[in-house]
Design a binder for this molecule. Structure first.
Ligand code: ZN
Length: 276
């Protein structure tokens, strides 16, 4: 399918990928290059009315793919857990106003307690949020994170765990985001992607690349094709599982953020055509 591979129709950018630009600038630059999708990070939305911003983005021909991000549900403190629920309810409202069909969840973890306990609190937290999400037609999308983040960012570290969660909660308001940066190493990845498809909850596909050596655990992601992740192969697996949504470029990079954002965005588009 060479046309599908090179077309920009399924390309989506996360606003954080071009973090130095504010959301208006990012939207202008994406739209001007023919990019069709945008995933909005809450930090980019701060100070804006989400409903008006959603309309503005749509008017520019951009489809709002998702709102990033909610989650961070576990804590040793019950007060912090309650606050996290309130914050996520607000995030669901924002997603609905923005016109985003899903809120991506970085589920959270607390190094002060066991992963098992954190996972239990994630299940309870998501269960508490689901009625509000469903009522607002916003899906909660679980993004499993690489195990290097298991201490404080997410106790959900494999696609199997995310699939198990979806199966356990069995809700039409719950789905999964496959991010190649977090999951590429997993020998079970292809089988678990297939399982996502069978469960009909594969809702998002995030791309970037893994740089060697990685100099920062969080902020040293690479443009696709410059690292070791077999992105096109994994894209083949998600599409074989029935996914036909956007390919969302999500790059956190101190190095790229310090350079010229126009050149960087052009490199991303070229890399998308060549390597994704
Ligand atoms: Zn992601």
């Amino acid at each position: 399918m060479p046309d599908q591979i090179t077309s920009l129709d399924l390309l989506c950018l996360h606003t954080i990928t071009t973090r130095p630009w504010d959301i208006d600038m990012a939207a202008d630059k994406y739209a001007e290059r023919g990019i069709k999708g945008i995933t909005v990070w809450r930090e980019a939305l701060e100070g804006h009315d989400p409903y008006r911003m959603g309309k503005h983005l749509t008017d520019q021909g951009l489809e709002v793919v998702s709102l990033c991000r909610g989650g961070f549900l576990p804590s040793t403190s019950s007060e912090k857990r309650d606050n996290a629920i309130d914050e996520n309810l607000r995030a669901i409202d924002e997603a609905a106003a923005l016109g985003a069909p899903m809120l991506v969840l970085v589920c959270g973890a607390d190094p002060g307690q066991s992963l098992e306990l954190s996972r239990g609190q994630i299940v309870d937290g998501i269960a508490a949020l689901l009625p509000h999400a469903i009522g607002n037609k916003v899906k909660l999308t679980i993004e499993p994170l690489h195990p290097m983040y298991a201490d404080s960012r997410s106790a959900i570290n494999t696609l199997k765990q995310a699939n198990d969660l979806c199966e356990q909660l069995n809700s039409p308001g719950l789905g999964v985001a496959v991010d190649v940066y977090h999951l590429w190493w997993d020998p079970e990845l292809e089988a678990q992607i297939e399982r996502c498809g069978e469960g009909d909850w594969l809702d998002a596909f995030h791309i970037s690349d893994w740089r060697t050596p990685t100099t920062d655990l969080l902020l040293d992601r690479e443009i696709m094709g410059r690292g070791c992740i077999p992105i096109r192969q994994i894209r083949g697996w998600v599409e074989a599982a029935g996914f036909n949504g956007f390919n969302e470029v999500e790059i956190f990079s101190n190095q790229h953020w310090s350079g010229d954002q126009n050149e960087y965005l052009d490199s991303i588009i070229t890399a998308y055509k060549d390597h994704c």
